[in-house]
Design a protein around this ligand. Structure first.
Ligand code: PCA
Length: 323
């Protein structure tokens, strides 16, 4: 048994032996490192739950996929291996098309629109989570996603044949439609993937570029602001139900505060981190009108494909969003 598996088994036994009236010790795996806004919010969420329950409930945040690998986190929560966890929504795109709302280019490109899209999607997303034995606690958005390259890009033709980092089923599809080859790479591997030529380009936030010191291996940031993806924190439904009411209330209230912090904080981070990219020597440019046009056309194709995959749920989301 690996050290990681041993720890997980120990957590499971610990979780099962606690009755509702006793102290609760929960484990919360998160995918991203401590420098990221969602991880900082996760620590504050855990602190707040502890304070609100006078120490009766303690949540240990295991950041940076240190307890569970990112793609495995939803299953770990679903099966009760851990009581709650954080996941990038887009990574669940193959579970149900509802989760793909998160990585559709040019559907929602401002933070106000992203909040609207989230409100429109939440009921459908909660239905799908319930089928998987999970319940939503809160979301944290990332800054808008933009294009990083080694070379300047004016039109899609400049990217043709390049290897593009993908982080979800939707971004793999996007890379295909852009005439590039998708390569799935997790955040910690980004610097090495660029320096060894495994990828030539990526679409992610200014924050992920700054945290990975993008200036060490590329020179251009094209602010296409194509979509605003999010993480969600989910709890195992059975684990939540067996808590006493005061603990449930503490979790729900701390979750609402965490979500408010995320929507506020992301706007600040987006500006600060874009500035930091420029300060470190990356050329920050606005996209050409032609590139925007080309990418918007791809966005339309992806919306259509998304709708065809789950007409009922996706139409419900889009109708609500477009109101
Ligand atoms: N950073 C994460 C998810 C979205 C983002 O901005 C990543 O690149 O994987």
């Amino acid at each position: 048994m690996t050290a990681k598996k041993l720890l997980v088994s120990a957590c499971l036994i610990g979780g099962l032996s606690a009755s509702a009236a006793q102290a609760e010790k929960w484990n919360m795996p998160t995918p991203y490192g401590d420098a990221n806004l969602p991880t900082q919010i996760a620590y504050e969420f855990a602190e707040e739950v502890k304070a609100k329950t006078n120490g009766a409930m303690s949540i240990t945040v295991h950041s940076g996929a240190s307890l569970i690998e990112h793609p495995e986190i939803p299953r770990a929560v679903k099966t009760g291996q851990v009581q709650l966890g954080e996941v990038f929504i887009g990574i669940m795109g193959n579970t149900h098309p509802v989760f793909k709302h998160d990585n559709i280019p040019f559907l929602a490109t401002t933070y106000d629109d992203a909040e609207k899209l989230w409100a429109a999607t939440k009921p459908e997303l909660e239905k799908q989570l319930a089928k998987e034995g999970m319940q939503l606690l809160y979301t944290v958005p990332w800054p808008a996603q933009s294009l990083y390259t080694k070379i300047p890009v004016n039109t899609l033709a400049d990217l043709k044949g390049l290897k593009m980092r993908a982080y979800s089923p939707s971004t793999s599809r996007l890379a295909d439609l852009m005439g590039t080859t998708p390569v799935t790479i997790q955040v910690p591997e980004i610097p090495q993937a660029f320096s060894t030529g495994i990828v030539d380009a990526m679409i992610t936030s200014p924050s992920t570029g700054v945290n990975g010191q993008a200036w060490d291996y590329l020179g251009h940031y094209n602010a296409i602001n194509a979509w605003i993806p999010k993480n969600i924190v989910v709890v195992n439904s059975r684990a939540f139900k067996r808590l006493d009411k005061s603990m449930q209330d503490a979790l729900v209230e701390a979750a609402a505060n965490a979500e408010a912090k995320g929507w506020k904080g992301v706007r600040v981070k987006a500006t600060e981190d874009t500035q930091s990219l420029a300060e470190h020597g990356i050329t920050v440019t606005e996209p050409s009108a032609e590139l925007v046009q080309e990418l918007k056309q791809i966005g339309e194709v992806m919306i259509k494909e998304w709708q065809d995959e789950a007409p009922e749920e996706v139409s419900a989301i889009l109708n609500q969003y477009n109101q």
